[in-house]
Design a binder for this molecule. Structure first.
Ligand code: ADP
Ligand code: MG
Length: 423
């Protein structure tokens, strides 16, 4: 749909939602009067919010007037939304937090599941912001590896929610704990997925043990497209006691039967959720990496990445996962899934052009030190902007200035590509 630059004012009745799509040009939104929120975070009056390449819904509980300017498409006001049921879900979760706070117990651990494109990430964000607005501090566990909302796609993260999620920068302004995964889908390596889930659950437990407010606030666990085995693994490992299923009656029934340890709740998908094809997903992923380096356009988080040459000798690159060997070819007694978590060295080559990599804090002797690379947290992400085989140098785009944190620096292939051209 073609967009033309325009300015429009909208009067929103109570409990309605203005939906629009911001394309490549900036769209500015301003709250003129009343109160309104975007995915759970309240808007400040008379402030411009800027959006690029995203779908937005401005919801009001009590009525509002907003203006929209720039190049946006498909704006309309929806009267039917599931927002009341989402708010009620927050209220029910919050009652458990309140009780947990009084009894100094651990709070509710909520897990959100469902098919792709039903608004899981949006609801998870909303519940996190509502929790912050109620003074809670849940841990947000982001297992939506294809979105990588607090880092880049290909990473699993955990953040401590101490304020509503930023309308423009999302989770990027939080300080996440990151684990490298190396793919934007969890299908290929269940073992690696389980290893990362274990690590995140340990960290979440440590944080909860140290801080009573974090403990009683519980967790909000966002998931992605995963099979039931993976869902059950997350449920068991995090001891999730509330599972919210969006838009899938059958999954709701199956999970209700599969677990007695959790309350399984069914919610409807919002009519505003936009189905995304592969091209739209790829574009969203590239947009996420760009925001990681540059900050969100218009957001408070202004960043400037650094670009510098790095000699091939000063990095060691690995990927997780070796090709599968047919079971018949493996020696008897060999674990048929061992290849999934195998650490494989990657030689410098032009194939690495535009690849994103996780910077690992591990040392060159990681193998001798007995640890596994996949157990260590990622400390940042870089991407390769040029490979010069003649001078044996990469040009690297990094969020911090030269040099890389160690020499040789251990980097792991993240499964995402990013070209800085045109930034
Ligand atoms: P999932 O996590 O289930 O794949 P998302 O929460 O990422 O789904 O939602 C898919 C897309 O729909 C996102 O671009 C999101 O911004 C958009 N979206 C979600 N809810 C609404 C809404 N009420 N109005 C407009 N767009 C929405
Ligand atoms: Mg999602």
């Amino acid at each position: 749909m073609a967009a033309t630059a325009k300015t429009a004012e909208h009067t929103l009745e109570k409990e309605t939602e203005l939906r629009f799509e911001a394309q490549a040009e900036h769209v500015k939104l301003r709250l003129l009067s009343g109160t309104a929120e975007i995915f759970g975070t309240e808007l400040v009056k008379d402030r411009d919010y800027t959006f690029v390449l995203t779908h937005v819904a401005v919801f009001t509980w009590s009525g509002a007037r907003v203006s929209l300017s720039g190049s946006f498409v498909g704006s309309y006001t929806a009267k039917e939304t599931p927002m009341l049921s989402y708010l009620n879900t927050h209220a029910a979760i919050d009652r458990r937090r309140q009780q947990a706070a009084v009894e100094n117990q651990r709070g509710p651990r909520v897990m959100i599941v469902g098919p792709p494109n039903v608004g899981k990430s949006t609801l998870a964000k909303m519940l996190a912001s509502y929790a912050a607005r109620t003074g809670r501090r849940p841990l947000y566990i982001d297992l939506d590896v294809g979105e990588g909302a607090a880092a880049i796609p290909g990473a699993f993260t955990a953040v401590s929610i101490d304020r509503p999620v930023d309308v423009e920068s999302g989770f990027l302004s939080f300080n996440p704990v990151c684990y490298h995964y190396g793919d934007v889908e969890i299908g290929k390596s269940f073992r690696h997925f389980c290893a990362v889930v274990d690590k995140l659950a340990q960290i979440a437990q440590q944080r909860a043990n140290k801080d009573a407010v974090i403990r009683s606030s519980g967790h909000i666990i966002n998931t992605c497209d995963m099979n039931k085995e993976a869902m059950m693994y997350v449920h068991k490992t995090f001891e999730a006691d509330i599972i919210v299923v969006i838009d899938n009656e059958r999954l709701h029934n199956e999970l209700s039967e599969a677990t007695k340890e959790a309350t399984v709740v069914k919610l409807f998908k919002s009519g505003g959720v936009v189905p995304r094809d592969q091209a739209a997903r790829d574009q969203a992923r590239i947009g996420q990496v760009k925001r990681y380096y540059y900050g969100a356009p218009g957001g408070d988080l202004k960043l400037n990445p650094y670009s510098f040459p790095v000699s091939f000798e000063h990095v060691k690159i690995y990927r997780v996962g070796a090709p599968q060997v047919p079971a018949a070819c493996l020696p008897t007694g060999t674990d048929p899934h061992a290849h999934e978590t195998q650490i494989v060295p990657v030689q410098p080559s032009p194939d690495l052009l535009h690849k994103c990599l996780t910077v690992s804090p591990a040392t060159e002797n990681w193998a001798a030190e007995g640890g596994s690379l996949i157990d260590s947290q990622g400390i940042g992400f870089v991407s390769i902007q040029n490979v010069d085989m003649a001078t044996r140098q990469f040009t690297i785009l990094a969020p911090a200035p030269y040099p890389l944190p160690s020499r040789p620096c251990i980097l792991m292939l993240s499964g995402q590509s990013f070209s800085d051209a045109g930034s």
